[in-house]
Design a protein around this ligand. Structure first.
Ligand SMILES: CSCCC(=O)C(=O)COP(=O)(O)O
Ligand SMILES: [Mg+2]
Length: 223
């Protein structure tokens, strides 16, 4: 039976790690300090800054940069990056990247009645413009629901997938999660979801051990 919902990871699954780490990270890097200073009255910014543990803007930025350098997908970092990226997309400075098989597959799945959601470490604030500003046009209307580490929790915890299943009002067996990270697939499967690994050429997942999970190299294999 086909899944009712297909839930997508972004980095390494729909889009290249390079497009996130080189394009987006570089854009946020120099803007974090000025953004924090200019948006101290925004409660989400204030909370994120407090959660870093930094006392001054300089300390906070150093912590955020260390997380970026170590590829730590910490929620305060993702909150702040997401806000800066959303401004960058709105200003026309940024464009998303999707592997060529992804846009046609998403359209095909929707035509066939599948429903689409995203579960990414990238904040919901960044997911929206990522799907809106693509070289293939605006894909955002294809995505009905968006989850991140704030509204769902860690991608490596089964409880996060329980929360998403409840939000989608679907039994876990009708949900399919696609990701490039085996630990995320393990968590989804432990919550009763279907889980399929995405091993793309040139990505870290080329060398990943997906264990017993089904693995695809392109979304075409699911269409
Ligand atoms: C919405 S684009 C930003 C992606 C991002 O910051 C990120 O960390 C993606 O991680 P994922 O969980 O999708 O592998
Ligand atoms: Mg990923």
């Amino acid at each position: 039976m086909s899944p009712a919902w297909i839930v997508l990871d972004i980095e390494g699954t729909t889009s290249s790690t390079e497009s996130v780490h080189v394009g987006l990270y570089a854009y946020a890097r120099t803007r974090l300090g000025p953004y924090i200073d200019a948006h101290r009255d925004d409660p989400e910014v204030a909370d994120a800054v407090r959660e870093t543990g930094g006392e001054t803007t300089g300390e906070t930025v150093a912590i955020l940069h260390a997380w970026m350098d170590g590829d730590v997908k910490a929620t305060p970092l993702k909150t702040l990056q997401g806000k800066i990226w959303a401004d960058g997309f709105a200003a026309g400075d940024l464009t998303a990247h999707f592997f060529p098989d992804v846009p046609p597959a998403l359209r095909d799945w929707r035509r066939r009645g599948r429903r689409l959601a995203v579960f990414s470490s990238g904040s919901v604030a960044s997911q929206r413009p990522w799907f809106r500003h693509t070289p293939d046009g605006d894909l955002s209307a294809l995505i009905e629901r968006r989850f991140d580490t704030v509204n769902a929790g860690s991608k490596r915890e089964p409880a996060s997938y329980d929360r998403i299943a409840a939000a989608l009002e679907s039994p876990p067996g009708e949900l399919l999660f696609l990701s490039d990270v085996p630990a995320e697939l393990d968590a989804a499967a432990a919550a009763g979801w279907r889980a399929t690994g995405v091993r793309r050429a040139g990505e870290l997942s080329e060398r990943a051990d997906f264990g017993a999970h089904l693995v695809i190299a392109s979304f075409e294999e699911l269409s």
